[in-house]
Write a protein that binds this ligand. Structure first.
Ligand code: NAP
Length: 540
């Protein structure tokens, strides 16, 4: 059983009282009184705050009293002697838990006084903690065992900074391989998932702050974030995990849309932001780490910048299934674990014919690219036609980056006649050569002769909303104009195309389509595309 602990990190008693009320109102299951934050620290003030918790909570909420050593992340400069007195006073006043640094417990003879006080208050418990702010422990398992050897009744707490998401796995291993009450997670941006997964893996508590200002450690999430987008209340040992692998990842809308759909469908599934820094090697290590730990129950990933190519290579090297067009594009934006497609990935979003089936026992990896299918479906719906009508259609694609590549692959596969226009002409030429298209620089747009124009550059994207990749004079009423930019949903290019009487297709539709296709690959079920669209619009 994992408890959601909210630290009270106020400088004054009045502020602390307010934080206690707010924390209880947000659903704190445990309060941690971080007394080291009090500017005027005294034993009576701590006793007073313990009384405050009892008087305002309708049902008893356990309290951890901590007076952290500045050397282990504590606030203020309270001397060790005073910090020990505070903890002893807290025991005397009925604190459920006191948290003391293991290093100070064993090294300075404080253990005798604390053990004696605990003997007098047998209902109170000791948390013995070790914090490593710079990097990992030499051996976290030894640290855990040392704590239990020194005090078998204590709850060991081991917390370290993850410099990379791959550093989180030893924390997961320790939780997985041990039983009973223990607290293990990672600090820092790269450690974020460990604070969320601590619940499924049975850490005794995980910490979340009232708000960003009240956070007491790097990477601590707010209660609202943990309970809202990360669906903390629903997490248990059976929760299946998904996520978006990206760098940066904080801006990604994917966790919000997939979690909203999982919640709406009542699925015990959770979608996480997975910050994987580095190139192919770091990416491979991350997926190797996942593969070595089936008990984490990761089932699938969205993959975005800069890892789409690495994702395809990884699955290729592992001998997994590659959707043919993803292979041709050279990039995968979706990985599915534990499933193998029996039939070939059929026609984009209409791929239900090749529904995934469990192979049983052996884990299978499969790589797909839902970008081109999402784009092609947005195009055919927007133009009111079907894929057959794309044959011989003259199309102008502006841009030659990753999105252009996926769309060009899909369009040429459907038989369209594509010309690629790009600022860097050589990139346009290279892409055109791969897919048998024509190419030109951006000046070639003045001789535009296409029935479908697609912007695959970032021009016009928020905050540069007054920019457009194609001057209005070049747009024609008999054209369909598709802008892959989805923030804002209506770009200047689309507004000007509409004014000319052209059909318009927005990037939001493509974005929702590719996410819906991922949802189907992840779950085997259709996504609620309307809900996805609502969540994206609300987020941007
Ligand atoms: P990318 O690989 O970095 O390619 C960027 C492309 O934009 C290149 O062709 C680049 O030209 C061109 N470009 C950028 N700034 C330019 C400028 N100021 N003037 C002229 N050309 C410029 O990026 P990507 O992954 O293809 O993404 C491109 C855009 O697609 C994103 O910005 C996003 O808005 C959109 N997108 C949409 C979805 C969706 O689902 N709707 C999904 C992903 C991305 P050079 O080759 O000359 O550098």
């Amino acid at each position: 059983m994992t408890h959601l602990a909210v630290p009270i990190s106020a400088g004054s008693l009045n502020e602390a009282r307010q934080q206690i009320r707010d924390a209880l109102a947000t659903g704190a299951e445990v309060l941690e009184l971080r007394t080291d934050y009090l500017q005027v620290l005294s034993e009576p003030s701590v006793v007073n705050l313990l009384g405050e918790v009892r008087s305002v909570s309708r049902t008893p909420v356990p309290v951890i009293v901590t007076c952290r050593d500045p050397g282990e992340g504590g606030a203020g400069t309270h001397p060790e002697r005073q910090r020990v007195e505070i903890l002893l006073a807290a025991l005397e006043a009925g604190a459920d838990f006191i948290d003391f640094e293991y290093a100070n417990f064993i090294e300075r003879g404080n253990d005798q006084r604390i053990r004696a006080a605990l003997a007098e208050h047998p209902k109170s418990r000791l948390i013995l903690s070790a914090h490593k702010f710079q990097g990992r422990f030499t051996n976290i398992r030894w640290g855990y065992e040392d704590i239990l050897k020194a005090c078998p009744e204590a709850i060991p707490k081991l917390v370290y900074t993850a410099g990379h998401i791959n550093d989180c796995f030893e924390a997961f291993d320790l939780l997985h391989e041990t039983q009973g009450e223990r607290i293990v997670f990672c600090m820092g941006e790269a450690g974020l998932i460990s604070r969320i997964l601590a619940k499924g893996l049975g850490s005794f508590v995980t910490f979340a702050s009232l708000n960003e200002q009240a956070a007491t450690a790097p990477g601590q999430l707010t209660v609202d974030a943990l309970k809202g987008p990360y669906r903390y209340d629903g997490i248990d040992a059976e929760t299946e995990l998904f996520g978006v692998i990206a760098d940066p990842v904080a801006h990604s809308l994917s966790p919000a849309i997939h979690n909203a759909c999982f919640a709406e469908a009542g699925m015990n599934r959770l979608y996480l932001p997975l910050l994987v820094k580095g190139g192919q090697e770091a990416f491979d290590q991350f997926l190797d780490n996942i593969g070595a730990r089936p008990w984490l129950d990761f089932r699938g990933f969205s993959v975005t910048i800069p890892h789409k190519h690495s994702a395809l290579r990884y699955v290729q090297d592992q001998g997994g299934f590659l959707e043919p067009l993803a292979e041709k594009i050279g990039a995968a934006n979706t990985l599915v674990i534990g499933w193998q497609r029996q039939a070939e990935f059929a026609d984009g979003l209409d791929a239900s014919a090749g529904a995934p089936v469990e192979t049983g026992g052996r884990r299978q990896l499969a790589a797909y690219n839902t970008d081109y299918a999402g784009a092609l479906d947005a195009i055919t719906t927007g133009m009111g036609t079907d894929r057959k009508a794309l044959r011989d259609l003259p199309v102008a694609v502006v841009g030659a980056g990753g999105v252009a590549r996926a769309i060009v692959a899909g369009l040429t596969d459907a038989g369209a006649k594509v010309t690629i226009y790009n600022r860097t002409l050589q990139r346009a030429r290279d892409l055109a050569a791969d897919f048998g298209c024509e190419s030109a620089g951006l000046d070639g747009l003045s001789r535009l002769n296409a029935k479908l124009l697609i912007n695959c550059t970032s021009i016009g994207m928020h905050p540069h909303v007054d920019a457009t990749p194609v001057p209005a004079d070049y747009l024609q009423p008999d054209m369909a104009v598709f802008d892959t930019v989805y923030n804002p949903p209506e770009t200047l290019l689309l507004r000007q195309a509409k004014e000319k009487g052209a059909k318009t297709i927005d990037g939001l539709t493509m974005f929702v389509n590719q996410a819906a296709a991922q949802f189907k690959l992840f779950t085997g079920l259709p996504a609620n595309a309307d809900l996805m669209r609502e969540v994206v619009i609300a987020s941007i």
